[in-house]
Design a protein around this ligand. Structure first.
Ligand code: HEC
Ligand code: CU
Length: 337
């Protein structure tokens, strides 16, 4: 039964992107376990109330139906104090119980964990920026986290209100300009988790996705160590030149947060599983198509297209971008949630 309901809930998200399995009743973090436990309680009461209401209705319809031989109206009944007190008191009791359980869960999931890994998340129309202040590390659109380690996200927005939601890991939290909100959770299972913006934020709101790549702790530590010592490789000198001339004003490739953020950091482009804020797989064809005309992927996108680049320049540029990577990591093979 749990699975059946989980499947129903997951259906909308499954339609949004086939291949990712997220289910409210198939939780893979303590946060989601807390929420799914609450959901079970709400369902229990909902089914109970439905049973009582639908059952009484069926009983009354059958018991008091016209039998065919009565003339005129049957005897009329006006009010029943005892019944009315009962049907007022019971719902109040149910609401109080649900309120208590919810309050307990709210306290539970919002508790700060000392020593949590801190990540600053900034929302932009229509992409996500991630900065790890304690690690001097910066990524965009793909949040890399260690499994089994508590995380504290500090969320804000550079423009309008967005909302961070990775259904397989944690509930939604708004990103509000000029304000910082916190979100605590602990990812448990390594995987490639699907994320979305859950607050209407402009023409490409529905295409403002992201990924959370949860790695085994040792792999994450290796990723951080190598990212900190990162010297962006130059796989193609001509490509690097094209990049400097056309792209470097908006995109940083160092893996550190630049003083001014305009576009996503592209430091680990060759390791990326997705492109365009999580909307398509990171392949050579998609990357070329994106650079030529990002607006065909995302209406209202804040990146100009580069249809004027020669095929040769574009090939060189893409070779350069795909060479921007840390070797020995295969994020594409992570299980999808
Ligand atoms: C005016 C600033 C600007 C310039 C110039 C620019 N970009 Fe972008 N770029 C952006 C913004 C903003 C985004 C985020 C778009 C979105 O997803 O909504 C982006 C996204 C991207 C992405 C997808 C990144 C991801 O995390 O999924 C790639 C790849 C990219 N740009 C490559 C390039 C290349 C290559 C050039 C040069 C030919 C270039 N950009 C020039 C602003 C710029
Ligand atoms: Cu948004």
């Amino acid at each position: 039964m749990r699975r059946g309901i989980g499947a129903l809930f997951g259906l909308g998200l499954a339609l949004a992107e086939a291949g990712h399995q997220v289910g409210v009743l198939n939780p893979s973090s303590p946060f989601n376990r807390e929420v799914s436990w609450l959901l079970v309680w709400v369902l229990v009461f909902a089914v109970l109330i439905f049973g009582v209401v639908a059952g009484s209705l069926a009983y009354i319809v059958l018991r008091f139906r016209a039998k065919g031989n009565e003339a005129g109206e049957p005897p009329q009944i006006h009010g029943n104090d005892r019944l009315e007190v009962v049907w007022t008191a019971i719902p109040i009791l149910i609401v109080l119980v649900l309120f208590g359980l919810t309050a307990k869960s709210l306290v539970q999931v919002n508790k700060a964990v000392p020593g949590a890994l801190k990540v600053e998340v900034t929302g932009y129309q229509f992409w996500w920026d991630f900065h790890y202040p304690g690690l001097d590390l910066h990524t965009s659109n793909e949040l890399v986290l260690p499994a089994g380690v508590p995380v504290e996200l500090e969320l804000t927005s550079a423009d309008v209100i967005h909302s961070f939601w990775a259904p397989g890991l944690v509930g939604k939290r708004d990103l509000i300009p000029g304000q910082k909100t916190l979100l605590h959770f602990t990812p448990e299972k390594p995987g490639n988790y699907y994320g979305v913006c859950a607050e209407l934020c402009g023409p490409s709101h529905a295409r403002m996705l992201f990924r959370v790549l949860v790695l085994p702790k040792e792999e994450f530590d290796r990723f951080v160590a190598e990212a900190q010592a990162y010297q962006p490789p130059v796989a193609d000198a001509q490509g690097q030149q094209v990049f400097q001339q056309n792209c470097a004003a908006c995109h940083n490739v160092t893996g550190k947060k630049p003083p001014v953020v305009i576009g996503p950091g592209l430091a680990f482009m060759g390791n990326r599983v997705s492109l365009g804020a999580g909307i398509v797989e990171n392949t050579t064809e998609e990357l070329k198509a994106w650079i030529k005309d990002p607006a065909s992927f995302k209406p209202g996108v804040k990146m100009p297209g580069f249809p004027q680049l020669s095929e040769e320049d574009l090939d060189a540029l893409v070779r350069y971008l795909e060479g921007l990577k840390l070797s020995g990591f295969d994020f594409k093979s992570l299980p999808r949630f």
